[in-house]
Write a protein of this length. Sequence first.
Length: 277
Amino acid sequence: MVLAFKPRLEPEADGASALLELRGVSRRFRTKRHDTTALDNVSLTVERGEFVCIVGPSGCGKSTLLNIVGGLDHPDGGQALFDGRPITRPSADRIVVFQEPALYPWLNVRANVDLGLKMAGKKRKERKELVDRFIELVNLKRFTRAYMHELSGGMRQRVQLARALAVEPRMLLMDEPFAALDAQTRDVLQQELQDIWARTGATVLFVTHNVREAAILGDRVFVMTPAPGRMKREITIDLPRPRAPESHAVVDLAARIRSELEHDIYAVSKPEGSYAI
């Protein structure tokens, strides 16, 4: 295992070649009573085909960062660039997979997966081929006619993932997609996501509280500080895939990531600021 620690993140010299680049991004939220800095001078890059995880305390700005990358929010300072161009709005190039599946209960699995393709103006034959391909990829071929209330939480997340992948985005933005699932289902989906990532070559930016999940999935892990969110550490991982949650190397790596967070865990008073291993 090769594990490299970098104490402070700076944009790489060849950052222009990265698919995603954040340069000194800051975001403040202002109300009549409060002025809160969510992100402070955040810089990172994500290369094409890379799986990057972000961990940090609750309220450190992880979701704000993902919203900026998705074009759902905008920085007050710095630049957010996708393929060298400023991010100004949402795009089919960058699809968000949420913690709670944003699915339509009156549509079955096939219709939910097909929806984004319809909106993109794809023709029926091409849509059918893509829907079939990605439903099979997430192991839901036997459930194409099922409605959302007939599916488990893990199956609904598979539907959301299939719908996101079907429009063939250049980057998947995953905001704690397995956090609400039971441990067994989460372990299964982590394994399946590794396989899907390997087979599709997708670029993934993945937010999680679970340090073992980050160790299982990531090529790199970015550790954020409590609010205001800054990048505290970058951890580069070189472990063979697929990675199992019970692997000694994964458990050891998760412990090392957790050690980077330990001071910040106790600095966050809310219970949800703790980190799962």
